[in-house]
Design a protein around this ligand. Structure first.
Ligand SMILES: CC(C)(COP(=O)(O)OP(=O)(O)OC[C@H]1O[C@@H](n2cnc3c(N)ncnc32)[C@H](O)[C@@H]1OP(=O)(O)O)[C@@H](O)C(=O)NCCC(=O)NCCS
Length: 184
């Protein structure tokens, strides 16, 4: 497995990346990229020169995973968006490898902090279906993972919950905000 930058001329990998976005998000976030056209549009946006777009490929050059980053606050903060690993290759350390590589790329560009939003639209955590305006931080402190929501993956990578966008995807469907400082 290799992690490389995705190039705008690599049509084969770009198509595989668009398909991966559909496949990886279909189950819990069906509205994220419902069609290949929207997946392709997202991947082309990921290739903008100021952004980071890295892919994990196997020995045959086929796509295993993808991660993207968007600079904010003059490049001091980078938003991790999106990350996806081929469904049949998940749980084998590829996500961790992609995040670690991404952190290295952000460090090289002078970033201090990585931030991200991870939606809970499908009752996957204890933060969904409740009124987060009541005792918000108590609820955040006691968050439970009900259906393999990725917030726990990010926690394992050292990310902490810094906030919640309440009702981001409808009433009781928040976006969970997480960050990690990547420089001492
Ligand atoms: C989330 C995702 C990128 C993780 O990649 P992965 O290759 O499966 O993760 P890894 O195998 O590197 O896992 C690293 C650790 O996180 C844990 N982990 C991974 N996904 C998890 C989840 N959904 N819930 C809880 N823990 C998880 C693993 O068990 C592992 O723990 P360990 O270090 O104690 O063994 C991948 O599952 C994926 O593409 N999911 C669908 C798309 C998605 O959810 N993207 C993020 C939306 S914000």
């Amino acid at each position: 497995m290799n992690i490389i930058s995705l190039r705008s001329g690599d049509e084969r990998l770009i198509r595989q990346a668009a398909q991966l976005l559909l496949d990886a998000f279909r189950e819990h976030w069906p509205d994220a990229w419902p069609t290949l056209k929207e997946g392709l549009q997202e991947v082309h946006e990921m290739l903008h020169t100021e952004r980071i777009c890295r892919v994990a490929v196997d020995e045959q050059g086929n796509l295993l995973g993808i991660i993207g980053g968007i600079p904010q606050y003059d490049g001091l903060v980078w938003e991790l968006h999106p990350i996806a690993v081929q469904p049949n290759r998940q749980g084998k350390g590829l996500g961790r490898a992609l995040v670690e590589d991404f952190e290295k790329q952000v460090r090289l560009k002078g970033g201090l902090t990585i931030t991200l939003g991870t939606d809970d639209e499908d009752n996957m955590t204890s933060l969904s279906g409740v009124d987060l305006y009541e005792s918000l931080w108590e609820k955040v402190k006691n968050i439970r993972n009900l259906k393999n929501h990725p917030f726990e993956f990010y926690q394992k990578m050292g990310y902490v919950i810094t906030g919640v966008v309440i009702d981001a995807n409808g009433i009781g469907k928040p976006d969970i905000l997480m960050s990690k400082r990547i420089r001492k």
